[in-house]
Design a protein around this ligand. Structure first.
Ligand SMILES: N[C@@H](CCC(=O)N[C@@H](CS)C(=O)NCC(=O)O)C(=O)O
Length: 226
């Protein structure tokens, strides 16, 4: 079966969404093929006739799932013999903590690059993105990014828990990657696809960990335009 993902896209077709990347890595981890539809922020409400507010929206046969974490839970239940994304209910629960870490770190990165993401959108999408993100950031996109060096430093610091863990093991999953790795890798991939600020290439623990994921899923991560 080939899954179908409604995948966030910029005006030039790049795919920035961290959660869409996590979903694509999760499908690949289970050995499932997928295709994508480039989707602008303003197109999300019309997906499948309505009812979705965020992407990824993933169609798997007759099942439609509107959340990357829910997708991973579904995949572990539906494909128990393929490599695990969690490996059990405790690991699934603990991965919610990783999601919290991801959301915190994404907030720091967004302050720096939301203005750059906006520049990569078409005018209709820019109007939506600017008003929604300025509410979230409680600042104009330009003001949020004004002290770029401090913003980058804060974003890098937010990844310290991952660096500390990587002193002991190569992946969140131990010897191999699990969904928690894919959530965090989606954030790194987001920064690479937006491409205006290099947060991690000089950051050895994180660059090497991302490299290990890229070794396994290069075909997925290199498809930056779907
Ligand atoms: N919990 C959701 C979150 C997805 C999410 O926030 N996606 C963003 C793109 S990275 C989105 O679609 N935002 C829509 C909007 O802001 O209107 C998941 O993991 O699938």
């Amino acid at each position: 079966m080939t899954a179908h993902i409604h995948d966030l896209a910029t005006a030039d077709g790049r795919r920035p969404s961290p959660y869409c990347w996590a979903a694509k890595l999760a499908l690949a981890h289970k050995g499932l093929a997928f295709e994508t539809t480039p989707t602008r922020f303003v197109d999300i409400p019309a997906i499948k006739g309505g009812g979705f507010r965020t992407v990824p929206v993933i169609e798997l046969g007759h099942t439609t799932i509107g959340d990357s974490f829910d997708l991973a839970v579904h995949l572990d239940k539906a494909y128990p013999d393929a490599p695990p994304l969690f490996g059990g209910p405790q690991a699934e629960a603990l991965t919610r903590f990783v999601l919290g870490h991801v959301m915190f770190a994404m907030g720091k990165i967004a302050r720096v690059i939301a203005v750059d993401i906006n520049a990569a959108l078409d005018p209709e999408t820019q109007a939506y993105f600017r008003s929604s993100r300025e509410k979230m950031l409680k600042a104009t996109l330009e003001d949020a990014a004004a002290d770029r060096d401090a913003g980058v430093a804060a974003a890098r610091e937010a990844f310290q828990p991952l660096r500390i863990m990587l002193r002991k093991q190569p992946f969140l999953g131990g010897a191999g990657p699990v969904f928690g790795d894919f959530l965090l890798a989606g954030v790194v991939q987001w920064t690479k696809v937006v491409g205006t600020v290099d947060f991690f290439s000089e950051d050895a623990p994180i660059a090497e960990w991302f490299g290990r994921i890229n070794e396994r899923y290069a075909a997925v991560l290199s498809a930056t335009r779907g």
